[in-house]
Design a protein around this ligand. Sequence first.
Ligand code: ADP
Length: 241
Amino acid sequence: KIIGIMSGKGGVGKSTVSALIARNLAKQGYKVGVLDADITGPSIPRLLGVKDAKAMGAPNNCIYPVQSSDGIKVMSLNLLLEDENQPVIWRGAMISNTVKQFYTDVIWGELDYLLIDMPPGTGDVPLTVFQSLPLDGIIIVTSPQELVGMIVSKAVNMAKKMDVDIIGIVENMSYVKCPDCDKKIYMFGKSHSQEVADRYQLPLLGQLPIDSELTQLSDQGYVENYHSDWFDEFSQKVKDI
Ligand code: ADP
């Protein structure tokens, strides 16, 4: 199954959610690959703890993905750069071709799931992913503020126009839990995710809190060490779909 992880805009936690889902599927024994199609903002290698690895060339101008400690196969432009701080200053056509090659020229081997961390928005590269890769479905990641606007609707409508199934919506950064009394604090106001999910008749897969432990672990590449009640609940939903 090829699943795209999409968001209306950057910084809502799309890559973090992609990494959490990948780790979760790998833990369940599935063979998982992650194609980092966020060419200009690639954060998957860091999140999956392979930021210092380099992808190796394979016969016939192909390339092998890098494997994480738990066997997730990863391809990202950062795995081809000498220094992860080097910017990629490319025109859209070149970025789109790279995404296509990450699908066609990478020796992925046998996989149960290929997750595609898509670039944010509904522009050139997401369009390439929709048109060139045989997606089975997409998951839309959003944040509460974004939900009140039209941005999620744009992502939903793009998927519909491209005739790709939407598996569901994940609302990230929904709330913060008070460390003293466990009360949920909705920093961005009342959540509208259920309303949006209902409007489009989509399942709401999870409402994930802001958790500084998750920020630290994911930035260090140890997402697999993250445990919490909400994560167990979210994992169960991922397992169900
Ligand atoms: P995107 O892929 O949408 O641009 P990222 O997944 O790279 O966003 O997340 C942006 C930053 O926010 C990262 O530093 C990440 O660790 C942090 N982050 C994402 N989700 C959460 C969360 N639920 N709690 C705390 N930090 C988060």
